[in-house]
Design a protein around this ligand. Structure first.
Ligand SMILES: Cc1cc2nc3c(=O)[nH]c(=O)nc-3n(C[C@H](O)[C@H](O)[C@H](O)COP(=O)(O)OP(=O)(O)OC[C@H]3O[C@@H](n4cnc5c(N)ncnc54)[C@H](O)[C@@H]3O)c2cc1C
Ligand SMILES: NC(=O)c1ccc[n+]([C@@H]2O[C@H](COP(=O)([O-])OP(=O)(O)OC[C@H]3O[C@@H](n4cnc5c(N)ncnc54)[C@H](O)[C@@H]3O)[C@@H](O)[C@H]2O)c1
Length: 511
């Protein structure tokens, strides 16, 4: 098979290449006029809807079964709402820094603004700007709904049938959908399971949607939480803790490990924790929450060592569980892993012939970009198109905190564990001229390269908008460029990306 180079598109249908419009499903054209293969996709998130578009392009008759809304959790409760909320938080952070650049924000817009505390917790300082949380959340919800509708429109325009209801396998070649209007049976030549995951909760901290919350429930709050206890310091916990500090809440982050973001680059995580503390966040390390209960006017979170933390609200960010309940997996011969995820190979095949799986339900790498890629690969494989197996090494990821943390390629930990021959160099952003002009103090660029060949193996960028700055390093990793290739390309002067080229130049000298 010839390898393809599919693009890892995000959860934005407009960003994907638009093929010729097909109003209705049509049979695959061919001399023998065989009927089009029937594809049923269960789950309309990025894993499912991207796959549906590919399957249509390859001539299949495609149905997407979705029980909530098109775009999935990615669009309705996870990626899109969180990044929209964080966009507001980002403006608040910029406003907080404005005085450093000579801007006066000391004219209160309203008495409420004047009363809001400063984010760094200094009682002597008052925050002179504040958010209207009801307006922020209304914008978040509207944007998510509009994007979900766009995806539905796009799918239907391409000739994909959308069925609303809960889908379940009835053997490997049939899906039964239970909806408001009863049951419906869909026969299939190929099934793709892309049912995602849902927030994990704690037995003694049951979310009530008012004070004890999962991240899916945050967008209905009319007021900014006065004191938010965030349980869990993985990517989700860190992003929300950072966002709410910027928005003006007091935040206590309960971290079960000795530092936040235990799975990430240690230097980046340490820097972020320092920034969090400097902005007034209380980070409680080595602490495991066992329970949360409501009081008259707030919540009390109990830790395993008996300590209690009070707050106005608590957010549970303790991971996710794969959505496999009532999917008929065992009966259809679909194996799951000990963690409960659906077992797949690198072309998204499950243990049942004709049944594929993509996205968070597989537990491969819970990112929207990876879900979409797994879904596309599944359809290309199932429908006989050219396909390249999934490679997660080239995946770029970003943590949307202030500063952001973007990574690509092999991490320092993975390189050390593999006993790889590598060199590394880190340049603090504080030395970058553009960063000085912008008032950016916290951040760095770090590259890893093969010690003899000079090939770029991976990198970390900690900076405002690191998500945009990581792309040159992603290109280098994807195409096997050397540090000399990177160093020899022009960068704009002055620019933050100049630091990437400068690190590459330093690595040349150390070879
Ligand atoms: C707070 C948060 C922020 C995140 N931010 C980012 C980010 O910035 N970038 C990034 O790349 N990733 C991010 N992620 C990860 C990203 O959300 C997931 O990787 C992505 O949603 C996975 O897509 P999916 O298609 O597998 O599943 P989902 O998006 O979860 O979609 C699955 C869909 O299947 C439906 N479904 C489930 N079971 C059934 C059934 N039996 N019948 C019918 N329908 C069913 C569900 O209703 C859902 O709509 C974030 C995650 C969280 C929790
Ligand atoms: N920007 C992004 O791309 C983005 C954002 C959010 C999530 N994600 C994806 O979702 C994945 C999962 O991230 P996550 O943060 O939701 O889950 P996670 O499982 O990575 O982190 C949960 C954290 O909570 C801790 N924890 C569990 N129980 C606890 C308890 N009782 N008390 C205190 N701490 C407890 C765990 O030790 C862990 O560190 C990420 O790896 C990422 O792929 C991506």
């Amino acid at each position: 098979m010839t390898p393809t180079t599919p693009t890892p598109a995000p959860a934005d249908p407009a960003a994907t290449e638009a093929p010729a419009t097909r109003p209705e499903p049509t049979p695959t054209p061919g001399a023998d006029a065989r009927p089009a293969p029937r594809v049923v996709v269960v789950g309309g998130g990025p894993g499912g809807y991207e796959a549906a578009l590919v399957a249509r392009r390859l001539g299949a008759d495609v149905t997407v079964v979705e029980r909530a809304g098109l775009g999935g959790s990615a669009v309705l409760t996870d990626v899109v709402p969180s990044k929209t909320l964080i966009a507001t938080a980002e403006w608040m952070t910029i406003a907080e820094r404005a005085p450093d650049l000579g801007i006066r924000l000391d004219i209160p817009a309203s008495p409420a603004d004047d009363a809001a505390p400063s984010a760094d917790g200094d009682p002597g300082r008052r925050r002179r700007h504040s958010v209207d949380m009801a307006a922020v959340n209304a914008r978040v919800r509207d944007l998510a709904q509009a994007q979900s509708q766009d995806i539905r429109t796009r799918l239907e325009r391409e000739g994909v049938r959308v069925v609303i209801g809960h889908g379940r396998l009835d053997g490997p070649e049939r899906v039964v959908v239970t909806g408001d209007d009863g049951e419906r049976v869909l026969d299939a030549d190929v099934v793709l399971l892309a049912t995602g995951a849902t927030p994990r909760t704690l037995p003694d901290a049951r979310p009530d949607g008012e004070r004890i919350l999962t991240w899916t429930q945050l967008y209905h709050l009319a007021e900014l939480p006065e004191r938010l206890v965030v349980v869990g310091s993985g990517v989700t916990g860190a992003e929300f803790a950072g966002a709410y500090v910027s928005l003006g809440s007091q935040v206590v982050l309960v971290s079960s490990r000795d530092r936040v973001l235990p799975g990430e680059d240690a230097d980046a995580a340490t820097m972020l924790e320092e920034v969090f503390r400097a902005r007034g966040m209380e980070v409680v390390g080595q602490a495991r929450a066992t329970a949360a209960r409501r009081t008259d006017d707030g919540v009390v979170v109990t830790l395993a060592d008996g300590r209690e933390i009070t707050g106005s609200h608590v957010l549970l960010a303790v991971g996710s569980i794969p959505s496999t309940a009532d999917l008929g997996l065992a009966e259809a011969g679909v194996r799951t892993t000990p963690s409960g995820h659906i077992e797949v190979d690198k072309v998204s095949r499950t243990s049942a012939r004709g049944v594929y799986a993509a996205g968070d339900v597989t537990g491969v790498l819970p990112l929207a970009s990876v879900a979409a890629m797994q879904g596309r690969i599944a359809m290309s494989h199932a429908l006989g198109d050219a396909v390249a197996p999934l490679k997660v090494r080239g995946v770029a990821a970003n943590i949307f905190t202030a500063p952001e943390i973007a990574t690509v390629g092999l991490s320092e930990r993975a390189l050390v564990e593999r006993d790889a021959h590598f060199v590394t160099h880190t340049l603090p952003l504080a030395r970058n001229p553009r960063a000085k002009m912008l008032g950016v103090r916290d951040g760095f660029v770090k590259l890893f390269a093969h010690s003899t060949a000079g090939t770029v193996l991976g990198g970390v960028v900690v900076a405002p908008r690191a998500s945009e700055l990581i792309f040159p390093i992603t290109l280098a990793v994807a195409h096997g460029l050397t540090v000399d290739d990177v160093a020899s390309a022009f960068t704009v002067y002055p620019s933050l990306s100049g630091s990437i080229a400068e690190v590459a130049r330093v690595l040349h000298h150390t070879e």
